[in-house]
Design a binder for this molecule. Structure first.
Ligand code: MLT
Length: 412
């Protein structure tokens, strides 16, 4: 018989969002009439159509592929130069941040990159992961065999969990023990919190002082509406030596179905062999992409490029404004319903304290049954998420306003 990767058997429960989908489907089967009024504020999936500039670029690219003269076959595994250069210029150099075109690696999304990066990192790294957290960071490490077994509370032996609480503004304290790999995400999923430049500087200095690497997820960077807050970790001196950053076109440009993102891997980030020989991760990441992938499709890369055009940038700005407007309404709606809410200012997520005496799956069930509102239970993001639930602002304005009304009418 063929052997399985037994690390998968350590995973506790299913992936959070399919589990929510299963519960919502069961509700729909039992209550077909009520299911018609479901409002989905669970998974952070966009609702608004692609910006016109993106659609035009995609159509044009497909037409090129339909013509013998302009047809293209395999593209570069790490992304077309036109897109890498556009990203490096607009997201970094144009803002005074030193990132070269070939330090950008185009991919089919930051979720995939967060898992794939483990291909080039060794198995013995001590991990520091925030709690609550986007479950992908934890589960991909479990799958790769980088953790011990799971515990009853859903945590895993071998991970140092960094509690993110209302008291610390959902920005954790530095780890007590030295670690080699640190996961941070700001604007934060799920709490919607943001980190200040000084706080991020403290993390970069810490990572440099112990030769650790920070995996920094900025999938929601477009939602930062205060220029004094860091949009990329490379705004901080020294980050080129200790950070790899993950970006996404999903949440700003509506690409959750189109699929495109990118990683920044500066040439200065190094890790070591067991014999303490330093190796630039940029070389390994390039090798990994060229071996395991033929890159993202040409029309999708042209679509991503169009998000930086004058029209495209204006249109995605409007999209972000729309979702931020929803987030504001949801947060204020929660507060007017007597609930304590965080986030929603620089983020499409509102993080809400569960009413006294009811846990986060209890709130999920009550909102589903009484209000036909789908949310995400905080405990699904880690044990520190218990006592909270997350509401996603990715919705139409009409649904958002209906959701606020229903939240107000629930008898807590
Ligand atoms: C979320 O709801 O946390 C995200 O949409 C999930 C994802 O981006 O994979």
């Amino acid at each position: 018989m063929t052997f399985v990767n037994e690390h998968y058997l350590k995973l506790r429960g299913g992936y959070l969002f399919p589990e929510i989908g299963r519960r919502v489907e069961a509700f729909g089967e039992a209550n077909p009439k009520l299911a018609e009024r479901l409002i989905r504020c669970g998974i952070g999936d966009v609702t608004e159509p692609l910006p016109p500039a993106v659609v035009t670029a995609m159509h044009h690219a497909v037409d090129e592929l339909a013509n013998r003269k302009t047809f293209r076959g395999y593209g570069p595994g790490t992304g077309y130069e036109f897109l890498r250069a556009t990203i490096a210029e607009h997201d970094f150099r144009g803002r005074g941040v030193d990132i070269a075109d070939d330090e950008i690696f185009v991919s089919d999304g930051s979720k995939c990159d967060c898992g794939a990066i483990l291909d080039i990192l060794g198995p013995n790294n001590r991990l520091a992961i925030t709690d609550p957290v986007y479950p992908v960071y934890v589960d991909t490490n479990v799958m790769a065999g980088n953790t011990g077994p799971g515990r009853d509370d859903g945590s895993y032996v071998g991970i140092e969990y960094l509690p993110c609480t209302a008291e610390n503004g959902f920005v954790p304290a530095l780890p007590g023990d030295a670690v080699e790999l640190i996961y941070l995400c700001y604007p934060n999923n799920p709490t919607g919190a943001m980190i200040t430049r000084d706080q991020l500087r403290a993390w970069v200095e810490y990572a440099l002082s112990i030769n650790a690497i920070i995996l920094y997820d900025v999938a929601y960077a477009a939602y930062i509406s205060d220029e004094s807050l860091p949009k990329t970790i490379y705004e901080i001196d020294g980050a080129r030596r200790c950070a790899i950053e993950f970006h996404s076109f999903s949440k700003n440009s509506g690409f959750t179905g189109v699929r495109c993102g990118y990683t920044v891997c500066p040439k200065d980030v190094q890790a070591v062999t067991r014999k303490e020989v330093e190796v630039p991760l940029h070389d390994l990441w390039t090798r990994r992409w060229n071996t395991k992938s033929n890159g993202v499709s040409y029309p999708v890369q042209r679509a991503a490029e169009a998000t930086y055009s004058k029209d495209g940038a204006g249109q995605i700005g409007e999209l972000v404004k729309h979702y931020l407007g929803n987030a504001k309404r949801l947060r204020e709606g929660c507060e007017s319903a007597g609930l304590t809410a965080y986030g929603g200012l620089h983020s499409p997520y509102v993080w809400v304290v569960c009413p006294e005496g009811i846990d986060s799956w209890g709130v999920f069930d009550r909102l589903l049954n009484e209000a036909q509102l789908v949310t995400t239970p905080g405990v699904g993001f880690g044990s520190c998420g218990e006592g909270y639930f997350r509401i996603s602002a990715f919705n139409t304005r009409e649904n958002t306003e209906a959701a606020v009304e229903r939240l107000r009418n629930v008898s807590w």
